[in-house]
Design a protein around this ligand. Structure first.
Ligand SMILES: [Zn+2]
Length: 387
């Protein structure tokens, strides 16, 4: 049994901070949160001057996007290193939005069995997409299908291989040559079939939607999350529907800077496209905040372990630090289907906890600074931090 005492507590719900609270952890779960003195038999860890919050959750990563020079033999070791880096960065759960092969499923199982240290993994397997240039750009990562019947089969295949949710491409992608983000890549009958098949079987749907038509198509079909969503500012009625139905936007602001980086691997025209979409994404953040659309943190392409940089960008784009922390904890947990397990500090939740030096409400960059990450607990066990 561990008692964490004296911290400023941000419980992930967005409520006001509480000072001097004691959080008791037993058998991997939180068993008390309050003002009572720590139980006498508990190992007490004094957190005075520090802030305690839920372990951060990244709702949109591609864990298998590693240095391609690793090749297939070294790829699993690269995954292990990336998983380690995320824990060191205070990330205790991640939702992966597209991988190839079985390596991530194996990693998920290895983490769950304690063979490898890493965040809890929520996986979609392959991305369900129409026949499209992206399938050529990312060989093996897309499950291309056409027509409602094939779409249902593609969904079933992901579930067969162990997916936790379904990812679909409603539009082209910024980083794919020959793809345009404006037209939808699917027709409504195809998108409806995917959402119906997934929901019928108890799985959520995350939709890659950059252009306005794809965002509308996705929301009309009833997806659970809209990924990227740069052109959302052009369709305020769709944002209003998202707010009303609790459909979460994952704005992935990091990705535009990564693609626009002059030293990066992308072509000049693609870098320009990234800059244009970057500007649009900021407009959409403003519009989505005003409309009350729930948002979750998703750093997308990495670098793995520096995911909380996304949180800093979300705050720079207009969120309060408190709203940003909710996006990276309880809302992200809901997106992962883990709202009752992680993402908030409450009795009964798994003890996935983060302790940082300083106060992220005063300066959210604390969460993106490795030097300030003092303790990371996963299921009540210390997995990272300077302590
Ligand atoms: Zn992505």
């Amino acid at each position: 049994m561990i008692a964490l005492t004296g911290a400023r507590l941000l419980d992930g719900t967005g409520g006001p901070p509480r000072d001097g609270v004691t959080v008791v952890v037993e058998d991997g779960r939180i068993t008390a949160v309050g003002d009572a003195p720590p139980p006498p038999d508990a190992e007490t860890i004094d957190l005075a001057g520090r802030t305690l919050l839920p372990g951060l959750i990244d709702a949109h990563v591609h864990l298998s996007s590693l240095d391609r020079s690793l090749g297939p033999a070294l790829h699993p070791y690269g995954l292990v290193q990336a998983a380690r880096g995320m824990l060191d960065g205070g990330i205790t759960t991640v939702r992966d939005l597209g991988s190839f092969g079985r390596s991530l499923f194996d990693l998920r199982d290895a983490v769950a069995r304690g063979l490898v240290a890493g965040p809890r993994l929520i996986l979609c397997g392959q991305i369900v997409a129409a026949t499209s240039p992206g399938g050529r750009t990312f060989p093996g990562m897309y499950r291309e299908a056409d027509g409602p019947v094939e779409m249902r089969k593609a969904v079933r295949e992901q579930i067969r291989q162990g997916a936790d949710f379904i990812k679909v491409m409603s539009t082209g992608a910024l980083t794919v040559v020959d793809e345009d983000v404006r037209p939808t890549q699917m027709i409504p009958e195809e998108m409806d079939a995917i959402v119906d098949e997934a929901h019928r079987l108890g799985f959520t749907v995350a939709s890659h939607a950059e252009g306005a038509d794809g965002i509308r198509l996705s929301v009309d079909a009833g997806v659970d999350t809209v990924e990227h969503g740069e052109m959302g500012h052009q369709v305020p009625d769709v944002l209003a529907t998202m707010a009303e139905r609790g459909i979460v936007l994952v704005p992935t602001l990091c990705v535009f800077d990564a693609v626009a980086d002059a030293g990066g691997p992308f072509l000049p025209w693609m870098r320009e496209r990234a800059l244009r979409l970057r500007e649009a994404s900021r407009k959409t953040m403003t519009a989505a905040l005003a409309a009350g659309v729930p948002m979750a943190m998703g750093a997308d392409a990495g670098p793995h372990g520096e995911n909380a940089r996304e949180l800093v960008l979300m705050v720079e784009a207009g969120m309060s630090a408190g709203e940003g922390i909710v996006a990276a904890t309880s809302t992200a947990a809901r997106v992962c289907g883990l709202a009752d397990e992680v993402g908030t500090v409450a009795v009964g939740r798994r003890a996935d906890l983060l302790v940082v030096d300083g106060d992220p409400l005063a300066d959210v960059r604390v969460l993106a600074d490795r030097e300030r990450i003092w303790l990371v607990l996963q299921d009540g066990k210390r997995v990272a931090g300077a302590r």
